[in-house]
Write a protein that binds this ligand. Structure first.
Ligand code: FAD
Length: 326
């Protein structure tokens, strides 16, 4: 029986997040001939983004717009999503494994009594069998999971930066369907969103992350890391020790109790490599560690290690990359 896949797209600052295109691709990889691919845009003024979702493979795009949906609110977004589900009747829901996806996906799964597989990094399909790969124990192991009942609804979240999106085709058209927002009476509302980080590049989706630890020693100590990240077009992250010490915002924390990142290059500066930090970055494609202690555990997971003082090494790297990339 043909299935309908519904991808819950996510936008920030008026732009679709890259993980939305990756989730569309994940749904394509899970589907077979005859299946259909739809997407949903929830948010005030989000309809303008529909064309891009069509270019990346969505055939139908459901749009729920309302002033109440300007900022993410669990109850409001769930209510909008359930209104779309009532119209579309999807068999499978795909989300980015982002803060929003991690919140909304289980709410949707519970509402639909659906099974959920989270933090998926790869999908293999053979006939009717779809197998989802997800990392465990800070990337030290992976597990392969499948839904036991193909007829029951699925909910999947997709880890950013792991499944390459399809090549966009700007000539693709999609059917646009407006869905009325049910405007529930909310138990909580967002009064104000105070942005703590000004970085233009989203840490979770950055291709290059330059991260600082306690070895950075101060808020000013992050300056050379910011310069390196700017030259490389990357984002700046941090260890919890650096956040706890007040050198940077908690929004930058990477690890077990922070963000999980899977960039192509992760540059750890003055970070010892505690297991809780590795939980957030060990699946990075290439890890470069800069630490003045040759015995630091970070070197055990690093592909390249530089034993030295970060305040000497980082500016040298910035200078060389600036010349190379000029
Ligand atoms: P340190 O371990 O103090 O290491 C600093 C490193 O900097 C040292 O290796 C030192 O040699 C090096 N260094 C110093 N000066 C220089 C210099 N000038 N140049 C080069 N190198 C230098 N941590 C996280 O990061 N993320 C988490 O999400 C997280 N969650 C946690 C959850 C729990 C429940 C617990 C108990 C802990 C958690 N932690 C987390 C904390 C974790 O255990 C470590 O304490 C923390 O990661 C250490 O941070 P660090 O490597 O920056 O500091």
């Amino acid at each position: 029986m043909a299935k309908q896949f519904l991808v819950v797209a996510e936008a920030r600052g008026g732009k679709l997040r890259q993980v939305s295109f990756e989730a569309l691709r994940a749904a394509q990889l899970s589907s077979s001939d005859g299946d259909t691919l739809a997407a949903v845009l929830i948010g005030a003024g989000s309809k303008v983004l529909a064309g891009e979702l069509a270019a990346y493979g969505a055939d139908t795009i459901y749009v729920v717009e309302d002033a109440q949906l300007e900022s993410y609110n669990s109850e409001a977004y769930l209510s909008a999503l359930l209104a779309v589900i009532a119209v579309a009747g999807p068999n499978a829901l795909y989300f980015g494994h982002t803060a929003v996806g991690r919140d909304l996906a289980p709410l949707a799964a519970a509402s639909l009594a659906a099974g959920q597989i989270s933090d998926v990094t790869a999908i293999e399909r053979s006939g009717d069998n779809v197998q989802f790969t997800r990392p465990l124990y800070a990337g030290k192991a992976v597990e392969k999971k499948a839904f036991t009942d193909p007829a029951a609804p699925w909910v999947v979240t997709v880890r950013p930066n792991n499944i390459a999106p399809a090549a966009p085709d700007a000539s693709r058209q999609a059917q646009l369907i407006d869905v009325a927002y049910p405007a529930p009476s909310l138990r909580s509302i967002i009064r104000e969103v105070v942005k703590k980080t000004s970085g233009a590049i989203d840490l979770a989706e950055a291709k290059i992350v330059v991260s600082g630890g306690r070895g950075v020693r101060s808020a000013e100590g992050f300056q050379p890391l910011e310069e390196l990240a700017a030259v490389l077009g990357g984002a700046v992250g941090a260890s919890r020790a650096a956040c706890d010490a007040g050198y940077c915002e908690y929004a930058m924390q990477i690890g077990q109790t922070g963000k999980v990142v899977t960039p192509e290059i992760y540059i750890a500066c003055g970070i010892s490599g505690a297991i809780q930090h590795l939980a957030g970055m060990s699946s990075s494609r290439v890890i470069i560690a800069i630490n003045k202690d040759a015995e630091a555990p970070i070197f055990k997971v690093a592909d390249y290690g530089i034993v030295g003082d970060l305040f000497e090494v980082v500016p040298l790297l910035t200078e060389e990359f600036r010349k190379l990339l000029a």
